[in-house]
Ligand binder design. Structure first.
Ligand SMILES: [Zn+2]
Length: 393
């Protein structure tokens, strides 16, 4: 066992029991958060959610500071520091968000409700329940009298669902305030409750082709079709999908031409790319930069680029995952892992060289959909996992 770890099977079971004994209280808290609708960009909703989180956090003893950060046109981010002793220079980051994708009024179509073990409501799974869980974890640590080896900093942003334009600089800033040992991202898990040890990086490119118009019937030989060029380029680009690497490329949008009897002078394509490693990102970037016309009578212009780095499954990430697995085993569940194509704030944090474990949220299904729900009996399990991890790092 790691000599610095503060978690033992006895303590893990103790934490699990605390969560189980508080099940009704935590569910009620989640319900209140869900019923405060907070789609990204809803200032009033964002503030109301932050108000409620602050109110609940204020009851805790080991909270050092609560910081509300105003975000124009969005609402508020929230940063909570706990267990930061005066000589403490290290921290573990818990990362989540308070915004949802469900527009205001969705609650009337998909109200908070329970069906057996499932708790439904807009943003329950992604990720209001996990905001509640983060606070409940602080409470559980206090109750068992366990002081983590390093400070715990919770960052909940309000614009994650629309790309974290404001949230990302805040996370980076908070991560750099102290020595951040690791970041635990509370996004929903992969099916089967698996945590995410790798996320692909993403990029968006567009290609603009300038051809030469001509009458398609009278003198087609005088034209150079931008559409034909784009079609050929599409086939050539998409062949990278057969390379057996971590790269996926999708020409998802094409536009071009004016009339069926005119050789097309213009065409455009939009391309989504994903990749598993930094070197694959460079390979893609090179490929687009070096793109040459196949028909030398046309011109090809490329714009766009890589926008999120990959979250790679590094040895430090594997070590973190092993710690999580050990905690899970203490309460008799086998934790799996997954590498996924979608990006999250975890990608940016990983780019800072900080080990990231993602997908630590409560199990459920239907993120962004009307059947969005969590599994009630997983709240205690994931809460214990998170608390145990904080005590292991
Ligand atoms: Zn999310």
């Amino acid at each position: 066992m790691n000599p610095t770890t503060l978690i033992s099977p006895d303590r893990a079971r103790q934490v699990l029991q605390i969560f189980q004994s508080r099940q009704t209280i935590i569910e009620e808290f989640i319900k209140r958060l869900v019923e405060l609708e907070s789609p990204s960009g809803d200032m009033e909703g964002s503030r109301a959610v932050v108000d409620l989180l602050v109110e609940t956090t204020g009851e805790l003893t080991y909270v050092n500071s609560i910081e509300r950060v105003d975000v124009a046109d969005f609402g508020q981010h929230l940063v909570i520091e706990a267990f930061h002793g005066s000589d403490q220079s290290d921290q573990v980051l818990l990362v989540g968000h308070t915004d949802t994708v469900h527009s205001r009024g969705s609650l009337s179509q998909m109200p908070w409700r329970r069906e057996g073990n499932k708790l439904f409501g807009p943003g329950t799974f992604d990720m209001k329940a996990n905001c509640a869980m983060a606070i409940a974890v602080l409470h559980a640590l206090e109750t068992v009298g366990a002081t983590p080896n390093c400070g715990v900093t919770i960052v909940l942003t309000c614009d994650e669902e629309v790309g974290s334009m404001k949230g990302w600089p805040l996370i980076e800033n908070v991560a750099k305030r102290r020595n951040t040992r690791c970041a635990l991202v509370m996004e929903p898990p992969a099916p089967g409750g698996r945590v995410k040890t790798g996320r692909k990086g993403t990029g968006i490119f567009s290609i603009k082709v300038e051809g030469k118009a001509a009458h398609a019937g009278l003198e087609p030989e005088k034209g150079a079709s931008a559409i034909l060029e784009l079609a050929r380029q599409t086939e050539r680009l998409e062949s990278v999908n057969q390379s057996g690497s971590g790269i996926t490329l999708n020409v998802g949008v094409v536009k071009g031409g004016t009339r069926s009897n005119v050789v097309a002078a213009e065409a455009e394509g939009e391309i989504d790319v994903r990749f598993s490693t930094e070197s694959e990102a460079q390979q893609l970037d090179q490929m687009f930069r070096n793109l040459k016309p196949i028909d030398d009578r046309v011109k090809v212009f490329v714009s766009g680029g890589i926008n999120r780095p990959p979250m790679e499954r590094t040895p430090a990430v594997i070590e973190l995952f092993e710690k999580a697995r050990a905690v899970a085993a203490m309460i008799d569940f086998e934790l799996g892992e997954a590498q996924v194509g979608g990006a999250s704030d975890g990608n940016f944090i990983a780019a800072l060289g900080i080990p990231v474990l993602d997908g630590l949220g409560i199990s459920g299904d239907g993120a962004h959909a009307t059947h969005e729900h969590i599994l009630a009996d997983d709240i205690a399990v994931r809460g214990t996992l998170l608390a145990g991890l904080i005590l292991s790092v």
